[in-house]
Design a protein around this ligand. Structure first.
Ligand SMILES: Cc1ncc(C[n+]2csc(CCOP(=O)(O)OP(=O)(O)O)c2C)c(N)n1
Ligand SMILES: [Mg+2]
Length: 808
């Protein structure tokens, strides 16, 4: 326990009693939702259930300290916290359980996530930012354990920036002097994850207002804490993190999950200090339980001993709260029973309303389809007709259909309408009309909002070309970037960047040289070596309205942050159906330089795991600057991979630094040619250009295309246009065979329909399967070079006209 003096808010006895009884009602309501919810799964109405039973009292106590402007970054046990803070209620919980896609019934995830995955919006329906200070906020929940921890760092760090950067004091929709606390919740077993320790260390180093509760029920599914945590206790394990006389460190409290009074006291004290002094605080809440077991996928009787199960009954927090109320004389048994009944009724009614809201539209769709079939069906009496009537009959019999039932029936029916049936065209068009309308709705329900679809999308922003004087000055690429950043930091007060060596050094390649001095240590900042929480720091800051550029020193090290990028940032807009946006820019540098971990181009690994984030692969630093310029005018997350070996090469300086913009999804044709199209990006562009020069010597005119962005990819069909002209194509990069070249090939040949224009076999040029070896020769024999591209292009030309292009 901390030695700071406790001040409990003064209430009259009547107010206090009322508050306690209301807390008792919320606890019971939440428990009843868990009990009824579990039954809904076991009886087949819902698919999967995970609930917050056993954690009710501590969450109510913590929620008392949750204020407007604060943020929660929790996990799937937090339903009671959400109820108690007024951010959710039983009806929404059931809507989540059924997977209701109606955003008004299920605002947290619109049916895209399972139960107990909450969020609040930071964008309105039109995609504009909302006032975050007029509401309590919750970052969108995730299922991977501890995945909520990296962004917690950013959610807390934002308060520090708002408190300490005076230019930010006017942003009243985002902060009031940085008084907002970021609440983090995590299960005991999940603290075994590296993300937990990394986030805690970062919070301690940064001294930011995060309040973390560890809900300790002694189990991670069936695995007990002796397998999870050193000394079987996270607060013991963290003794070295504890605040000491120097003032740095973390405040650590311990509480018991069933001790209502004690919990109210420690949360009040700890979070007050956290808010006022920006000291991180951790609450280790022990002796919690899970009366209904981990989830609906199994029963805990399989792995808990009889004694443990007995103990769980006795130390059920609601039972204990009741005992405390009775013993303190705040209410009598019958009054509490009335509250219990009321809570049960409220839960039942909420379930019923949520079920009807969910099922009625699906039934209506089914009925509409059946009406079509009853009025217009195949008239032919043959085996096909039997199939049609069987399909119709089977659909009719389903009382609680899912949309899939309707679709399967409609799609299969089309197969069985007789070819010579007089009704054929009529029936077909009616079913197709139903399907087409239903597909559009299904798309909106299940497939929309992977990217920003609102007016603030970067795809709506027009290109502004770099403008050059007659004899532009030639400076190194990193200077172009630095001078461009100078404009950006001047223009956007909310812009800040952080990463390893980003601050004092101005990044390892000096793209920010001198800018920390000019814009201050908080806007251009060094961090520890902790890629996952660098990404998380960016996500949290972006959620809170800032415009962060998180720097990952080398593309190869993005892997440490990839889980956070993939599971959190990439899915964020989709999993909230556009209600939450985090326009984080991740800046890194990659492609060939030196050796295994400084030559990374694992583009397929990245683009295939972060759909939802745009990926820009500029060939030089002017293009990179153009991407930053356009991204900062929009509201989308993006990864920009700067070409490592271009920082020292000379580039002409545009006159409109900070203004020119490179559009996303628009490839650039760098050399026009009629014989063969070579498609590439990033550092490979220079190699392709050199190959084109060598091919020209042999009478081959290659068309060189820089795709510029892999996500999105060639939105206007520039590449297929080139292929139509040349009939031959090579996809070239430094990824593994079958990597991003295969991705580009699929886009051009399948999606853009390029297959029909092929006169020769489409080919790829890539690096070897293994990572690049060290040194010039290691690079030469691992990565593709000018000769490889030349020879591939030449061999294709030789095959098509062996007389003109003889074999070497
Ligand atoms: C990264 C990851 N690994 C495994 C799982 C499967 N899983 C879901 S919950 C859970 C146990 C978590 O236990 P704890 O953190 O103590 O939380 P509790 O459920 O006990 O509240 C596991 C292993 C997961 N969701 N994510
Ligand atoms: Mg646990």
């Amino acid at each position: 326990m901390s030695d700071v003096q406790v001040t409990v808010t003064e209430l009259t006895y009547a107010e206090f009693r009322k508050e306690v009884l209301e807390d008792y009602r919320i606890a019971n309501l939440s428990r009843q939702c868990s009990i009824i919810g579990r039954k809904e799964v076991l009886t087949g109405k819902a698919k999967f259930g995970i609930f917050g039973d056993g954690k009710e009292i501590a969450q109510i106590a913590m929620a008392k300290q949750f204020m407007n402007g604060d943020w929660r970054s929790g996990y799937y046990r937090d339903q009671t916290f959400m109820f108690a803070s007024g951010l959710s209620g039983p009806e929404e919980l059931f809507a989540q359980l059924y997977g209701d896609t109606d955003i008004t019934a299920n605002p947290s995830n619109a049916g895209r996530l399972m139960s107990c995955h909450f969020s609040t919006s930071n964008r309105d329906a039109g995609g504009s930012p909302v006032n975050l200070m007029k509401r309590k906020n919750s970052a969108a929940d995730l299922s991977p354990t501890a995945a909520q921890m990296p962004r917690l760092v950013g959610l807390g760090y934002a308060s520090k920036l708002f408190r300490n950067i005076k230019e930010l004091s006017g942003y009243k929709n985002f902060s009031e002097n940085g008084n907002e606390v970021a609440f983090g919740m995590i299960g005991d077993a999940s603290t075994s994850e590296g993300h937990f320790f990394e986030a805690l260390n970062a919070a301690g180093v940064l001294q930011i207002p995060v309040a973390i509760a560890v809900w300790d029920d002694g189990y991670g599914i069936s695995v007990t804490s002796d397998y999870q945590t050193i000394k079987s206790s996270i607060s013991e394990a963290l003794q070295g993190f504890r605040q000491d006389e120097t003032g740095s460190g973390i405040l650590i409290y311990r509480g018991k999950g069933w001790d209502y009074e004690g919990l109210c006291r420690i949360f009040e004290e700890g979070i007050r200090i956290c808010r006022e002094k920006h000291v991180p605080v951790l609450f280790h809440i022990e002796e919690m339980n899970q009366p209904l077991g981990h989830s609906t996928s199994g029963s805990h009787e399989r792995y808990k001993s009889d004694e443990r199960l007995e103990w769980e009954k006795k130390f059920d927090p609601i039972v204990k709260m009741k005992e405390w109320i009775l013993s303190s004389g705040l209410a009598a048994e019958d009054e509490l029973e009335k509250i219990e009944k009321l809570a049960e009724n409220q839960a039942r009614k909420a379930r019923e309303r949520a079920w009807n809201n969910y099922i009625e539209p699906v039934r209506r769709d089914k009925d509409e389809l059946l009406r079509i079939l009853e009025n217009k069906s195949c008239l032919c009496r043959n085996d096909k007709f039997d199939k049609i009537s069987a399909l119709t009959y089977n659909l009719k019999r389903i009382t609680d259909p899912v949309r899939k039932d309707n679709f399967i029936t409609a799609r299969k029916l089309l197969r069985y309408i007789c070819i010579d049936c007089p009704n054929r065209e009529d029936v077909k068009s009616s079913i197709n009309d139903w399907l087409s309308k239903s597909w559009d709705l299904a798309h909106d329900r299940y497939n929309s909002c992977l990217y920003n679809e609102s007016p603030s999308s970067v795809l709506n922003i027009k290109e502004v070309k770099p403008v050059y004087g007659e004899t532009p000055k030639m400076i190194s690429g990193r200077e172009v970037l630095r001078d461009n950043f100078d404009f950006l930091f001047d223009k956007y007060p909310l812009l800040l960047t952080f990463g390893e060596d980003t601050g004092k050094l101005g990044d390892v390649n000096q793209g920010l040289e001198g800018l920390q001095k000019k814009y201050g240590e908080l806007r251009i900042t060094d961090t520890g070596i902790r890629e996952a929480t660098i990404i998380g720091q960016g996500i949290g800051l972006a959620l809170r309205g800032l415009r962060p550029i998180a720097e990952i020193q080398y593309f190869d090290y993005l892997l440490y942050g990839l889980q956070t990028l993939s599971d959190d940032l990439a899915t964020l807009h989709y999993r909230t159906k556009g209600a939450q946006s985090a326009p984080l820019i991740i800046r890194t540098r990659g492609h060939r330089l030196e050796g295994m971990w400084h030559s990374g181009s694992p583009l397929s690994m990245v683009i295939n795991s972060i759909r939802g984030i745009y990926v820009c692969v500029p060939r030089d630093l002017t293009r990179a600057a153009g991407f930053y310029n356009i991204l900062l005018e929009a509201d989308d997350p993006a990864l920009v991979i700067e070409p490592l070996n271009a920082y020292r090469l000379k580039e002409p300086v545009p006159e409109n630094l900070g203004e020119f913009k490179v559009p996303l999804g628009v490839p650039e044709i760098l050399i026009e040619g009629n014989d063969i199209t070579i498609v590439t990006y990033g550092s490979c562009v220079r190699i392709a250009l050199e190959s084109a020069a060598q091919l020209k010597e042999f009478g081959i005119n290659a068309e060189i295309i820089d795709v510029q962005t892999l996500l999105p990819f060639d939105l206007q069909g520039v590449i297929v246009g080139s292929l139509r002209k040349t009939g031959r194509i090579i996809f070239f990069d430094e990824d593994v065979p079958g990597g991003a070249t295969a991705y580009m090939m699929q886009k051009v040949l399948e999606e853009q329909g390029g297959f029909e224009y092929l006169d020769s076999e489409p080919r790829t040029v890539t690096k070897k399967e293994h990572r690049p070896a060290y040194g010039t020769d290691g690079d030469y024999f691992s990565n593709p070079g000018v000769e490889d591209v030349f020879e591939m292009a030449y061999s294709i030309m030789n095959e098509s006209d062996p007389k003109k292009f003889h074999t070497f």
